[in-house]
Design a protein. Structure first.
Length: 99
């Protein structure tokens, strides 16, 4: 579980990142979740766009993405989801200490 200080840090880190995945009309699929997990392993922090043609609630989509990839939901702002998952092999992001 991330602290508010850590989430704030990750939000600032994600500010300049472009979304690399889009959730469209088909919603969240198993294939998409596997691809997102691979991207999280390489990058640790990613943005995902929820397209206008997606009929699901954006909060539910964000929750499904986070739970499906075992990642932390850093933020849902507008139709953009920011996910964080520490990498096993490619550790790049050093989070502020808890407390």
């Amino acid at each position: 579980m991330l602290t508010s200080k850590q989430k704030s840090f990750l939000r600032s880190e994600a500010h300049h990142i472009d979304p690399i995945f889009q959730v469209g009309k088909g919603g969240v699929s198993g294939t998409m979740l596997r691809q997102i997990e691979e991207a999280l392993e390489k990058r640790e922090l990613i943005k995902i766009s929820i397209l206008q043609n997606n009929e699901d609630d954006k909060n539910e989509v964000a929750k499904a993405l986070a739970e499906g990839t075992y990642a932390e939901l850093v933020q849902l702002i507008g139709h953009t989801v920011i996910l964080y998952k520490p990498s096993v092999k490619n550790k790049r992001i050093e989070l502020p200490r808890k407390g």
